[in-house]
Design a protein around this ligand. Structure first.
Ligand SMILES: [Fe+2]
Length: 477
């Protein structure tokens, strides 16, 4: 098994020894070179999942002739419901998705496995890019890749979002969070065998969903860059964007000599695959602040056992002893909640002795917890007060009553300084780029095409060599 070989670091860190089945396949399909066994397993995985969703309803019209009308009705309905949401918010309703900043970060972490393979379901079509009937889908794929512009490549944008929030080194999400990404990777490497399902998946997935609009709005409100999400609001538009390209692709690909009904039925089945695994709503609903604190302590316990002085005790046991049993962290936290002064829930975190150990001038455990973990602990201690979205780095006392600036407002203020201080990262220093350029210059015809298609794959399109290959591919005559 070579499942972990070459697995990218960002957002995909796993400290567990046994990976779940979805994560295993995901990692195997996110390799630059796929062996026969992996391709076979991808096909079996798709068959199993198609069987599993077979009895589910699908939100698609009965006939392809109604597709454009269906798309336009759907987009109108989403905008109407978003208008309702905005009215509610203006009248004082709380955020619908994210109770606090930790909740939003938790969500971004849970959907990371899917977002980091964004667009991958269409990769396989690039091998046949000269077929004019595939043109709308190849265009969609290249747009997912930003046409090789690093500031527009969707996967790179998400990686940078995680990095900017300190989420890149976080423990990987549970296995259900890898399910949807594994489906997308499997479709991407099995496009020839599952063309109708790929087309159908794309059709369902590229329609503008209400949750995308609300997510973008609420992230911005919490001071978190919403660009990855707002970008999708514009690219998924029904007038000229991916939603329309998806409809055009289905209509253009309906068989003229074969069985168009059978093809359409497979399109409908493929669309159902967009709903498998942990979706946006499940990722949001899965956040339980106290449970997440327990999970963090459980992960951290083995590192802390033995690191504490023997006089550090809680409820008659040494801290080292507590930490030797990671499964007992719920009880540990309960004891900490009951010990006077250690956790003053509902108050500013600086009132709690536990928080004073983690943050502040004389914090003895400074640096033990990551920025994400500190935000979770901070927001859990503050309870409903954390609805103001305050980052843990700001002291509660000095910000009471202050209105949090939106991300866009902060960005506007920082724009001038940013332009000078942060030049585009260099894209030349890379172990693959020179080799790719050499291989490209030394090849022609089918082998050059295969070289580009390989570099356009989900494992590499966001790297310097992949971005370079994307620009060449987009510019090909
Ligand atoms: Fe995308």
């Amino acid at each position: 098994m070579h499942a972990l070989a070459g697995a990218p670091r960002l957002g995909l860190v796993s400290r567990r020894s046994a990976l779940g089945p979805h994560e295993q396949l995901y990692r195997r399909l996110l390799q630059p070179h796929l062996d026969e066994q992996s391709l076979h397993d991808a096909a079996s995985y798709l068959d199993d999942n198609l069987r599993a969703v077979g009895g589910e309803p699908v939100d698609l019209p009965d006939t392809p002739a109604q597709l454009h009308e269906w798309m336009e009705d759907g987009a109108r309905d989403v905008m109407r419901r978003y208008g309702e949401y905005m009215r509610e918010r203006e009248e004082g309703a709380p955020r619908r998705f994210f109770s606090n900043r930790a909740h939003a970060l938790y969500f971004l972490r849970m959907v990371a496995p899917t977002k980091l393979v964004d667009g991958s379901w269409l990769w396989g079509l690039t091998a046949q890019a000269d077929n004019p009937r595939l043109a709308p889908l190849v265009r969609t794929y290249l747009e997912e890749l930003g046409d090789g512009d690093p500031s527009k490549n969707h996967v790179l944008l998400y990686r940078r979002l995680l990095e900017g929030l300190g989420l890149d080194q976080e423990r990987a999400a549970p296995d259900a969070a890898w399910h949807q990404g594994a489906i997308q990777l499997a479709l991407g490497c099995q496009a020839e065998r599952y063309l109708p399902e790929v087309v159908g998946f794309n059709l369902g997935y590229e329609q503008l969903p209400l949750h995308l609009l609300i997510t973008a709005y609420e992230l911005d409100e919490l001071g978190i860059d919403p660009y990855y999400f707002t970008l999708h609001v514009t690219v998924d538009n029904g007038a000229s964007g991916h939603a329309r390209q998806a409809c055009d692709a289905v209509l253009g690909l309906l068989p003229r000599y074969g069985d168009a009904d059978a093809f359409w039925n497979r399109v409908r089945e493929g669309a159902k695959l967009g709903c498998v695994g942990m979706g946006t709503n499940e990722a949001i609903a899965g956040f339980d602040p106290r449970a997440e604190v327990v999970r963090i302590l459980t992960d951290k316990a083995p590192l802390g056992a033995g690191a504490h002085a023997s006089h550090c005790r809680l409820a008659g046991r040494s801290i080292n002893d507590w930490l030797r049993e990671p499964a007992g962290m719920d009880g540990f936290l309960r004891q900490l909640e009951q010990a006077p002064g250690w956790l003053r829930l509902g108050e500013p975190p600086v009132h709690s002795r536990f928080w004073q150990l983690l943050q502040g001038e004389r914090a003895q455990m400074f640096g033990v917890f990551s920025a994400y973990e500190l935000q979770v602990i901070h927001d859990w201690i503050r309870g409903s007060e954390s609805h103001d979205g305050m980052p843990f780095t700001e002291t509660a006392a000095t910000n009471e009553g202050a209105r949090r600036p939106r991300f866009r407002a902060m960005q506007a203020r920082a724009a001038r300084a940013k332009a000078v201080a942060a030049p585009l990262p260099g894209l030349e220093l890379d172990p693959d780029l020179a080799d790719f350029k050499r291989a490209w210059a030394g090849s022609s015809g089918a082998s050059r095409h295969a070289l580009m298609v390989s570099a356009l794959g989900p494992a590499s399109h966001w790297t310097p060599a992949g971005l370079y290959a994307t620009r060449l591919f987009a510019a090909r005559g």
